[in-house]
Design a binder for this molecule. Sequence first.
Ligand SMILES: [Zn+2]
Length: 280
Amino acid sequence: MPLVKMSDLLEDARQEKYAVGAFSVANMEMVMGTIRAAEELKSPIIIQVAQVRLPYSPIEIFGPLMVAAAREAKVPVAVHFDHGLDLEYIKKALDIGFTSVMIDASLMPIEENISLVKEVRDLADKYGADVEAEVGQLAGSEDGSESNERIYSNPLDVKLLYDKTKIDCIALSIGNAHGLYKKEPKLRFDILEEASKLVPIPLVLHGGSGISDDDFRKCIRGGIQKINVATASFNMVYDYVSKYCNTGKRDYFTMSSAIVNGTYESVSKHIKVFGSNNRA
Ligand SMILES: [Zn+2]
């Protein structure tokens, strides 16, 4: 199955009312666990890495690995650059063959956000790649190092950004947060409903680690077709590796398999909730 464009996966999901998981990966083992889950469940999938994670997973080395894994997969896989912060890295990702990029200019006023998104749109068009942007600001930063104030998405800004840039999908801030939730989040479904009426494109939910299954399903019915999951997988990997290390055994390759298996468990669980199984 070839490497595919994210927009093709999301368009099918929109027609059939399910969501495609965008799973963060940090190394080869996590890529293998993620794709194995997708293959066994016959699910389309998005694998992604965020710009803030590149000190751990350099894009020049890890990016080509992600693209190669997608090309080898038995299900459609899109390779996405998550939370791109500047054009230099976005261009690197596109040169490597990523099929979509996110430009996160959500901290800027909407007019500046729009003009940066336009620049990225023009660049991505040269590669035939898709673009995701964000309106509003999530609580918690992508790498979990600081807790930003939440700014809910204004549906009129969502419409303005879409009208001016014609991008492929938009991430919303509706009470979702990066990292783990301290208590169960209360999502603003009214914002989602209004935004989805105003734009004809799939919407994106970041901060998918710890949202209840019922809320996930409600989001999907309301127009969310891409859901980002990072922390849940990283924590599951940590738990699997700790469990192995606590056995007192000392075999590197068993530990390596624990990374694959931990990722597999987290990704499988989310695919089933998102309803993307048996859609590939
Ligand atoms: Zn995010």
